[in-house]
Design a protein around this ligand. Structure first.
Ligand code: GLU
Length: 359
């Protein structure tokens, strides 16, 4: 009897609790199901999304804003890209990342930390041949070009009161020569060496321009150098402080070119920075590069996205340097082999890209 009652009680409790369960938990159950469906759908979208990280340079340089525009172009073009040649279009999200500069970008690509990099043509050639700063490093030899973007100018910026009229006047001055990992520092060493100087003859610091601005305004630093497109924010924002650009004499520029064929004599034109006259210097092309292991069809699509009307019009309107990125200059100063995917794209559009020199 007792046992029977107990059984009834248990049964009753059970029925009650199970009905409470249904009553209370139905909405919760629905929410849980909804969340599960959401997670599953998002993760399956995420599974189909791939990240294309573009290694650039410092925040106030030119690589970074240009890289950002190209990344937007790649991200949005993959929806409307006509040139995908079937085979299913994977979706790519591209982002621009800050970095130390060209040398870091080459290393980042070799290490699989980034997929695309903006790299000076001289640095790319050193990587391809495993020479100069990459001597003995055969891991970086897989670097391949997608395109040449624009010429970068070596800009030696000093405070007027430092009275620096030539490279030799830099002796003893507090100058930022950019970070280890930048193409700028590698070129600065070449420039100093050609003038019979060593960076120890200066009072060097190793900072990106974004960190030197305040120090130049306050006078703690007397200048900084950068190999970058002109005009650039890091220089323009100092115009009110009273700055000059230090020339590299054409004779010295030619000596540099004789040894480093991708560093050629050039000029920063008058009034690119208001009030600053024509300044002779050296220049190099900025390249967009990837690893040779990258899928050919993907590189083809990236190349198509870069040269799409949509990306070009953004480049033209959103950054002063963007105007120099044009199809007819796409193959200028390319110091390493093109990736086969990029080559295929240019071969398909020979007139637009002056591609007659491609075999
Ligand atoms: N060419 C520079 C370098 O590789 C970077 C220039 C920029 O940030 O625009 O160090």
């Amino acid at each position: 009897m007792i046992l029977k009652n107990l059984h009834n009680l248990k049964k009753h409790n059970f029925i009650e609790s199970s009905s409470i369960f249904l009553k209370i938990n139905k909405p919760i159950l629905l929410i849980v199901i909804f969340i599960l469906v959401l997670i599953l759908t998002t993760s399956s979208i995420a599974d189909n999304m791939r990240l294309l990280r573009i290694g650039t340079g410092g925040q106030t340089g030119v690589y970074y804003p240009i890289g950002k525009i190209i990344a937007q172009g790649i991200t949005s073009s993959n929806i409307s890209l006509e040139e995908t040649e079937g085979n299913g279009i994977q979706k790519y999200i591209s982002v621009a990342q800050n970095s130390g500069g060209s040398i870091d970008n080459v290393k980042g690509i070799a290490a699989g930390e980034i997929e695309v990099g903006l790299v000076q043509a001289d640095v790319a050639a050193w990587a391809f041949h495993a020479e100069h700063v990459f001597k003995g490093n055969d891991k970086v030899q897989g670097v391949r070009a997608i395109a040449s973007l624009y010429p970068e100018k070596f800009q030696i910026v000093t405070r007027n009161d430092a009275k620096v009229k030539s490279v030799n006047d830099l002796r003893g001055k507090h100058i930022s020569v950019d970070e280890i990992g930048s193409g700028t520092l590698a070129v600065m060493r070449i420039v100093l060496d050609t003038h019979g100087l060593n960076e120890k003859d200066l009072k060097p610091v190793y900072l990106k321009p974004v960190f030197t601005n305040d120090k130049i305004v306050s006078g703690e630093l007397q200048g900084f150098v950068i190999m970058a497109g002109a005009p650039m924010v890091a220089v323009s924002q100092l115009l009110g402080t009273g700055i000059s650009l230090v020339p590299i004499a054409p004779k010295m520029a030619s000596l540099i070119e004789a040894k480093y064929p991708y560093l050629v004599p050039g000029k920063i034109l008058a009034n690119i920075y208001p009030g600053i006259p024509d300044t002779p210097t050296i220049q190099v092309h900025a390249l967009m590069v990837v690893n040779k292991t990258m899928d050919e069809e993907l590189v083809y699509k990236i190349t198509a996205a870069l040269w799409s009307e949509q990306t070009l019009s953004k480049l033209k309107t959103e950054h002063p340097q963007g105007k120099s990125i044009t199809p007819d200059a796409a193959l200028l100063g390319v110091s390493i082999p093109l990736h086969p995917g990029a080559k295929k794209y240019y071969q398909k559009h020979p007139k637009r890209f002056n591609a007659s020199q491609l075999q």
